[in-house]
Each structure stands twice: as C-alpha cells, then as structure tokens.
Design a protein around this ligand. Sequence first.
Ligand SMILES: [Zn+2]
Length: 174
Amino acid sequence: MHTMNIKLLLITGTLLLAACSAESQPSKPMPTTTNPYYSRTDTTPLTLANSEWKKVLPADVYTIAREQGTERAFTGKYWDFEGLGTYYCAACGNQLFRSDSKFGSGCGWPSFYEPVRKTAVRYIDDNTHGMVRTEVRCGRCDGHLGHVFDDGPPPTGLRFCMNSIVLEFEPDSK
Ligand SMILES: [Zn+2]
C-alpha cells in the first residue's frame, strides 16, 4: 500500500513537471505541417486551385483567403494587438507587414499604412456589395487579405484593413 502511494506521488510529480516545462516554452511559430505550400523563405508565386487549398488550409483561413470572407469587426486576434514583429500570410507564409506600420484605426480590424515590400501584396478592383473598393491579396498565394483605403495616416495616407485570421504574427527575437 505504502509503495503504491509513493509511485502515485512520483507519477503526479512528473506530470506536473511536464506541464510546467511545456508552459514555459516560448510560443513557436505555428506553420501547419499539413500545408506543404507554406514557406517563409520561398517567394515563388503559387497558383493552386481552390480545391487544393481546401485540403491544406484550416476552414476559417480558407473562408477568408479563398472566398473573400471577412471576420467580424473587433473579433480578430490582432485588431488591438501591439506586439513588435512581423505579420505573415497564414495561408502561404509570405512576409506581409511589419508592426512599425501598424496603427490603431479603431475600425475593428488590424490596420497598416504600408506592406513590408511593394510585391508583398497585389491589388484588385472590387465593386462588390455596392461599393468601389480595392481588394488586397497576398503577393505569393493570391489569397484575399482585406481592402486598402485612402484614409490612413502619414507617410502613405493608406489604411490596409486586414483580417486577423489570414495573418500570422511572429515576434521579433530579443
Ligand atoms: Zn499568401
């Protein structure tokens, strides 16, 4: 009986230790291993059919990136987030924005005044929903990211209004 209790204690102790060490680890970037097209270094444009994207993207990312969806305002993980680092495309890993260009627009979506480089994104005229807007897509995978408006702050006067779901934030290493 006595030995049983000690064994039990040991097991519980080990489990606690394991739980602690898992928690103390810095959060790693989470490129999905099921998405073979994801790369933070390869900038070769991807031209995949939506049927292929559907197999490799999480459902919420697919809805925004491939079906021009929009997350509800003030619900995404980055609209009021102020971490220092880089934002990547959640669908393909393309580098999109730096935190330096992020600003509090109050619109409920993460907003930036410029992409990290000109070719990081591409622009499409969007006349849907009775509005004349400019859609912003990822320069690598052509996935929908959001829209750009001309009411942003200096130096560009632009407001890239993005969906958190298709962004992936990586903090700067200290
Ligand atoms: Zn992309």
